[in-house]
Design a protein around this ligand. Structure first.
Ligand code: SF4
Ligand code: SF4
Length: 401
């Protein structure tokens, strides 16, 4: 049976059962993603790949235990995001086992390779071949560059040559990249170059560009995002958009009970907010417990209520000054070019997500190239969100070293 035919044979096109709010929002924009429904899951088209991916997809850093992993897939999740580094390669091994059990054509696998200074065309190809071995697969559905922070990485000759050879050998179907910082610049370049089929980008209620409009009401707050017009342009070119980092405030490990509504958690509201964007095809989340799975899957096809919007607004207003948006401004103005957003991300992994080893290992790789801080405080004077950047950097040095 051809790729995904099993699904196309049984799925339904968007029909009267679809929430009115989403039908109207989808019909009011120029090139929204197409959607289908099967069982309890809703699938959105991932740009020109033509893949119909579940609204909620599964991150694999880390993956849940095996029984829960199978349950999540049985509940309709069909897109898994991975990388050669996740769980030391074990995430890809587990995905490989899953594909063997449920059928390779039932799952869309996205995995990534890093581009590091010492990399060559051959080393990139070796990394991807390692992923294929662990996945026990002949191909990757979406092969991504991991963590593009600068537009130049998109046209790096080593990457383009490696991708060309791998594509010719049938090792992957579509190419993409993930982006953790400097989102606006990287996305604009990707749209201009149109070389990549999928963009995986950090997108959440904090992804707001300060200063364009006064922050008085929640809808105005939403209107200040600098990414929304880029999403529209990307979608009009058939570039698929995958959202990540939707639960920006530390995954589910912080006590945010003051922002709950009676019927939903703040995390559900955050996911709904991301999925309310009609250009996003799927949002990657970690589901490590049955309770988290139920929490995330419950948002499929659900509308963000007025009460939830209000709570999101309160949350953003109260925690904005503590939350790095990964805009990259501090690194650009730092006379020592210290990769502050990356370091703050690792601090976030450690302090909030409690991914202790991952954070320390990632920082250890970065440390040899770090220049000494001059204490000029240019970073925090220029942070558009008034974060205490230098203090956070010093904390990171103490905690992660
Ligand atoms: S205070 Fe340190 S980290 Fe901040 S801009 Fe100056 S040199 Fe860079
Ligand atoms: S600390 Fe501020 S300037 Fe630096 S990336 Fe985060 S939000 Fe941007």
């Amino acid at each position: 049976m051809s790729q995904r035919r099993w699904f196309l044979q049984t799925s339904l096109y968007l029909g009267a059962s679809w929430p009115l709010w989403l039908r109207s929002s989808l019909s009011s924009v120029s090139a929204p993603v197409k959607v289908k429904k099967k069982g309890e899951m809703i699938y959105r088209q991932l740009g020109r790949t033509g893949f119909y991916v579940s609204e909620i997809s599964l991150g694999s850093s880390p993956l849940p235990e095996w029984g829960l992993f199978r349950e999540i897939i049985d509940r309709g999740v069909n897109y898994i995001d991975s990388s050669h580094t996740y769980q030391g390669g074990n995430a890809e091994r587990m995905i490989g086992r899953l594909c063997r059990e449920v059928g390779r054509d039932k799952i869309y696998v996205a995995t990534k390779f890093h581009l590091r200074p010492a990399d060559t065309v051959s080393s990139i190809i070796r990394t991807v071949e390692g992923s294929l071995r662990r996945l026990q697969s002949d191909y990757i559905d979406v092969l991504m560059i991991h963590g593009v922070n600068h537009p130049a990485e998109l046209t790096d000759e080593r990457v383009l040559e490696a991708l060309a050879r791998l594509k010719k050998a049938g090792k992957y179907r579509y190419q993409g990249f993930s982006c953790h910082q400097n989102h606006l610049e990287v996305m604009a370049a990707a749209i201009e170059g149109n070389l990549y089929d999928v963009i995986q980008i950090g997108y959440n209620v904090y992804d707001l560009k300060k200063g364009e409009k006064p922050i008085r009401t929640y809808p105005e707050y939403l209107g200040t995002s600098g990414l929304k017009p880029l999403f529209r342009r990307a979608a009009s070119q058939g570039i698929g958009l995958v959202a990540m980092k939707a639960l920006k405030v530390g995954g589910r490990r912080q006590d945010l009970s003051q922002f709950q509504t009676k019927s939903s958690s703040i995390y559900q509201a955050m996911l709904k907010w991301v999925l309310a964007n009609p250009y996003i095809s799927t949002v990657v989340t970690e589901m490590l417990t049955y309770q988290q799975m139920e929490e995330d899957l419950a948002v499929v096809g659900e509308h963000l209520s007025r009460a939830e919007r209000k709570n999101l607004y309160r949350l953003v207003a109260q925690t904005s000054h503590l939350t790095c948006r990964m805009c990259g401004t501090c690194q650009k103005v730092c006379p020592q070019s210290i990769p502050l957003p990356t370091i703050l991300r690792y601090l976030y992994y450690f302090e909030i997500q409690q991914k202790y080893s991952l954070a320390k290992e990632a920082y250890a790789r970065l440390k040899p190239a770090l220049k000494e801080c001059l204490s000029c405080r240019q970073c925090e004077e220029n942070c558009p969100y008034q974060l205490p950047v230098q203090d956070l950097f010093q904390s990171a040095q103490k905690i992660l070293a």
